[in-house]
Ligand binder design. Structure first.
Ligand code: CA2
Length: 144
């Protein structure tokens, strides 16, 4: 079984607990459970991580280089600021799908630019937490 890492950036540990009007009611644990079940049907093992620290996300990408065939990443606010995360993703050989729960293009202009999109093979925004499952289906196709 190939492994997919689902990496989540700052504040996403609060999913389902604050600002449900923007980010919905599901928690990261709900996303982990739903993606693990979908992964089984796709022949993929799913591992979900979250860090509030830029370096923690870079470290997880380095671990993915050895242990994962594909990456789904919601870098949170680091999407819009982090060259370090972009550089780390550029060292990863497999497919990368970027996910945003909200439609960042409908929000403040500073959310319209993503460094990560310069590397991502696909970008999903505004599908709510279902976006993680859409990304996983895409990796199922790309890794088949
Ligand atoms: O829409 C997304 O998924 C974002 O990546 C979420 C980031 C935001 O900075 C990006 O522009 C778009 C913010 C994550 C904050 O997560 C929270 C979750 C629940 C409650 C409060 C914050």
């Amino acid at each position: 079984m190939k492994t997919v890492y689902i990496l989540n950036g700052p504040n996403l540990n609060l999913l389902g607990r604050r600002q449900p009007e923007i980010y919905g009611h599901e928690t990261l644990d709900d996303i982990r459970t739903a993606c693990a079940a979908l992964g089984e049907t796709l022949g993929l093992t799913v591992e979900l991580f979250q860090s509030n620290h830029e370096g923690g996300i870079v470290d997880m990408i380095h671990t993915a280089r050895e242990n994962a065939a594909g990456i789904i990443i919601n870098p949170g606010a680091y999407t819009h600021t982090s060259v370090a995360i972009l550089d780390a993703l550029n060292t990863f050989d497999g497919p990368v799908v970027e996910v945003h729960i909200s439609n960042v293009h409908k929000r403040e202009s500073f959310r319209h630019h993503s460094y990560v999109s310069l590397r991502a093979d696909g970008v999903i925004a505004g599908l709510g937490t279902e976006g993680y499952q859409a990304a996983l289906r895409r990796l199922g196709t790309l890794l088949a």
